[in-house]
Design a protein around this ligand. Structure first.
Ligand code: PEP
Ligand code: MG
Length: 528
């Protein structure tokens, strides 16, 4: 019996899982070669077709955020430029599995070497595509994990996440990965426990493991005592969740009776499908960069997406943020290759250099505004001039729509407070309609600790006095100038940070939908 081993990592989606480890990096089963190149070609063609059919079936069973990722994989598999080198290698005598692996590995190496996060992230997609076809070639049952397993390995592909049956529990423990990744977002929205960045992980351990994704650890080969205390922690967590749900239906207030508005953060219009509008105070942040995922959406597509959320919210406010591309959220055809993208052309800076793209979004927002209670905010504002230019573009586009007789409405325009210059000297922004504190970026810029770097997580804390003092001073500025101040960074949904945020003077938080109940419950315990 191996000795228990506790590994520490970073929590990416809170929860607990006890189950068998499943090695997501295990190689596919061996391929039985064919007698001729002709047969090898047919066999590869059939395997690609099989992989595409599996993906098509998954698209039909998925919501739109997941479907977007799967459709991207289908498009890549159907692209002759990807499979061409593999078929050429078969012609020169290689078996189908080797030909496909070599062709894809060459492609993957190019992406992995890229300076840009976006292209490195695409390497994960290609790895996924490579293994899907290899599994199809060997009839390797899709490599599906047993129900309730803890998926363990280097990193996890979105399709692997989506094809896994999470209905009976299970979790994810990764040696690499990032809490800001797409899969982490999917895991949070589906309540799948996930830990990333495990320190000193063994290659491929087996057996039962205990995943504590509330605190970010996993115990391999646990002792009976560890299992006992893990189960206690798990049931305490489950109890807190059940208890928290009783707060959902009521407006949030502290123990002293102070009302706190709690809105939700969304990324895709379909995110609202599973939320009862009665349980929240509106949408405090709709991130629009994910709509810009693989291709730039046209005005009609954006208009429909915004309108759907506004109609869902009825009279409650919906704050839509103009596209915050760049940083760790690159968009092909839009963002630029830079050495230090978090400090580069990101958010409003990029939108103001690509007015062709920005104006399309502005028109879609002005048109959608007639369908609800819309507010619009700009990301990564550092200078008042940026706000003034963006507001002037809204006025110009409104005039254009009026001239064409198109229905439109000017929404209140506000800004994100996530660059320290704004938090330190907010007086330049006395004319904005509202302020929304982006604690994720504010923290990383105040602490000089990247939000996606596991090595500096200990520095990236919203509870550092420097960050809290800035948040408090923004709240004071808002009160003194009659400007509404809210907070839409992840700290707003973190029960450990909520007391300090309320004590800093905030009365309006926006949180991930999965954290709504826990956030309201945590607010109810704050004394002020
Ligand atoms: C933030 O920075 O806190 C924020 C809400 O924006 P994002 O996480 O999208 O950068
Ligand atoms: Mg931000």
């Amino acid at each position: 019996m191996p000795a228990p081993l506790r590994l520490q990592g970073i929590p990416a989606s809170a929860g607990y899982a006890e189950g068998p480890l499943f090695d997501i990096d295990r190689p596919p089963a061996a391929y039985a070669g064919k007698a001729s190149s002709e047969e090898e070609r047919t066999s590869l063609q059939a395997a690609i077709g099989k992989a595409v059919s599996r993906l098509v079936a998954m698209v039909e069973a998925s919501d739109s955020d997941a479907a977007g990722i799967l459709e991207f994989h289908i498009a890549m598999l159907e692209d002759d430029a990807l499979s061409g080198p593999a078929f050429a290698a078969i012609n020169s005598g290689l078996p189908a599995d080797l030909a496909w692996r070599q062709a894809l590995d060459a492609e993957i190496a190019g992406y992995t070497a890229s300076e840009q996060d976006y292209f490195r992230a695409r390497a994960t997609d290609l790895l996924d595509i490579r293994d899907q076809v290899l599994r199809a070639l060997t009839d390797d049952g899709g490599g599906a994990a047993p129900i309730g397993a803890i998926l363990y390995g280097e990193d996890i592909a979105p399709t692997r996440f989506l094809e896994t049956d999470w209905s009976a529990g299970g979790g994810i423990a990764l040696k690499a990965g990032s809490a800001a990744s797409h899969v982490a977002m999917l895991a949070r929205s589906r309540g799948v426990p996930m830990v990333v960045g495990l320190v000193d992980p063994p290659a491929a351990p087996a057996g039962i493991a205990l995943l504590d994704a509330e605190h970010g650890s996993i115990v391999l080969a646990p002792s009976a005592t560890e299992t006992g205390s893990f189960r206690e922690a798990l049931s305490a967590f489950a109890g807190r969740q059940v208890n928290a749900r009783t707060f959902l239906a009521q407006p949030a207030k502290t123990r002293a009776g102070t009302a706190v508005r709690v809105q939700v953060n969304i990324a895709y219009p379909d995110d609202v499908d599973g939320i009862d509008i009665a349980t929240c105070d509106g949408v405090g942040l709709m991130r629009t960069e994910f709509l810009f995922g693989k291709t730039l959406p046209d005005e009609e597509t954006q208009y429909r997406a915004y309108r759907k959320v506004l109609e869902w919210a009825g009279a409650k406010p919906v704050t839509i943020r103009t596209v915050d591309a760049g940083g760790d959220k690159p968009v092909p055809g839009f963002t630029v290759e830079e050495g230090n993208p978090f400090l580069g052309l990101r958010g409003i800076r990029l939108s103001l250099t690509r007015l062709d793209i920005f104006r399309v979004q502005i028109r879609a927002l002005l048109r959608a505004a007639v369908h609800g209670n819309l507010k619009v905010m700009f990301p990564m504002i550092a200078m008042a001039e940026e706000y003034a230019r963006a507001a002037a573009l809204f006025a110009e586009e409104q005039a254009g729509l009026v001239a064409r007789g198109v229905a439109q409405l000017m929404p209140p325009l506000g800004i994100m407070v996530e660059v320290p210059s704004v938090a330190i000297a907010p007086e330049a922004f006395a004319g904005v309609a509202f302020l929304s504190i982006g604690s994720n970026d504010l923290t990383q810029y105040v602490m000089a600790a990247a939000r996606d770097n596991a090595a500096v997580t200990h520095l990236n804390s919203v509870l550092h006095p420097a960050v809290l003092r800035l948040i408090g001073s923004v709240a004071v500025f808002g009160r003194e100038h009659g400007i509404a101040v809210s907070l839409c960074g992840d700290a707003g949904g973190d029960p450990a940070s909520i007391p300090a945020l309320i004590e800093a003077g905030l009365r309006d938080l926006s949180v991930a939908p999965a954290q709504l109940a826990m956030a309201k419950a945590a607010i109810s315990e704050v004394p002020v």
